[in-house]
Write a protein that binds this ligand. Structure first.
Ligand code: AKB
Length: 337
């Protein structure tokens, strides 16, 4: 029998990829504040349009379905969160607690472990200044956990909550594990199919989508701004690979995953090789620049490599030449929906 999987924030970029990848293998139940994209509707068993903060709704979903795995993707990204920190805290943290509460209740009742997979972010890092960022290069999971954004703080706290719910919940009166919390820290994600909203790494996908639509683009960070990025197929691959790994192989619960590291200028130049008429300029947004200046240049993937054999398929060049540009060309010429 196919297992039931719940995906929150299903209508977002990662949700799109995950639904497509899992549709054949599992019965998918989705929750999002917006109605699910029509293209995806036929791939899921049941879709709920509603708020992660609506406890009654979340309870009802867990009453109707027994879940093997939950992918909790719903979140307000870093720039949006900075515009409304109190709201971000509620969505990102209270929303996660609502879900973890229902997950643990169900798994205790069924006496079965539930996997709870959570995308965290490089926003949990906070480098104090540019020389330290320059020097640090590939950051390890335990380094510089001093986020300066509400989103980064929320993600870091939710990582801790996940660890609490899976290892110490009510100090595990009967020392049994009910939640198997697994987490990847994503870099900036770039998808050919969808546009992110409200993130600070959005300058890279925005550049690509502007070029593909024949529009000009004004980049909101300095040309030398360098952070790690990942092609969406690798992001989906990493979530699936981590979910499928035997628990005994996982010595950690939080893993960096890498794709490639590139500056805004390098991204501009590679896009311009395919879109010869693309015009771009830079107008720095101080708040967003300040955020990315505290994010690392790159991440160290050695724990993910060691425990679940993580290896990205896409590097800087083939992310653009083999995935983003060919797919964006198809999409914007109307051949792919
Ligand atoms: C954002 O920019 O907020 C996200 C992220 C890096 O987590 N894309």
């Amino acid at each position: 029998m196919k297992q039931n999987i719940l995906i929150t924030g299903a209508n977002g970029e990662v949700g799109h990829g995950l639904i497509t990848a899992l549709a054949k293998k599992a019965n998918l139940v989705t929750l999002d504040i917006k109605p699910l994209d029509k293209k995806l509707a036929s791939l899921v068993k049941k879709t709920y349009t509603g708020d992660i903060l609506n406890k009654k709704l979340v309870k009802e979903i867990f009453r109707r379905f027994d879940f093997e795995t939950v992918y909790h993707l719903a979140a307000l990204l870093s720039t949006s969160a900075e515009k409304n920190p109190a709201f971000a805290q509620t969505i990102n943290v209270t929303g996660t607690v609502n879900l973890l509460d229902q997950a643990i209740l169900q798994s205790q009742k069924r006496k079965k472990i539930m996997k709870f997979v959570f995308p965290s972010s490089i926003a949990v890092y906070g480098l104090p200044d540019l020389p330290t960022k320059e020097k640090t290069k590939k950051i390890k999971e335990i380094e510089y956990l001093n986020p300066i954004t509400m989103y980064g703080i929320n993600k870091l706290y939710c990582e801790k909550l996940g660890i609490y719910y899976s290892n110490y919940y009510q100090l595990l009166a009967n020392s049994k594990r009910y939640i198997d919390f697994r987490c990847v820290r994503f870099p900036g994600l770039i998808s050919a199919d969808t546009m992110p909203t409200g993130g600070t790494s959005d300058f890279a996908p925005e550049m690509l989508h502007a070029a593909a639509q024949g529009k000009n683009y004004i980049c909101f960070v300095r040309p030398d701004t360098t952070i790690p990025f990942m092609a969406m197929p690798d992001a989906i691959k990493s979530l699936l690979q981590l979910t499928e790994s035997p628990r005994k192989n996982l010595k950690n619960q939080i893993y960096n995953v890498d794709g490639f590291s590139a500056s805004a200028k390098e991204i501009e130049l590679i896009i311009k090789k395919s879109y010869l008429k693309f015009k771009m300029s830079y107008k720095v947004d101080k708040m967003r620049q300040r955020i990315v200046d505290t994010w690392p240049t790159d991440v160290d993937n050695s724990l993910a490599r060691r425990d679940w054999n993580w290896k990205p398929e896409f590097n800087f060049i083939n992310t653009f030449t083999k995935y983003l540009i060919p797919s964006a060309k198809l999409i914007y010429s109307g051949h792919k929906h």
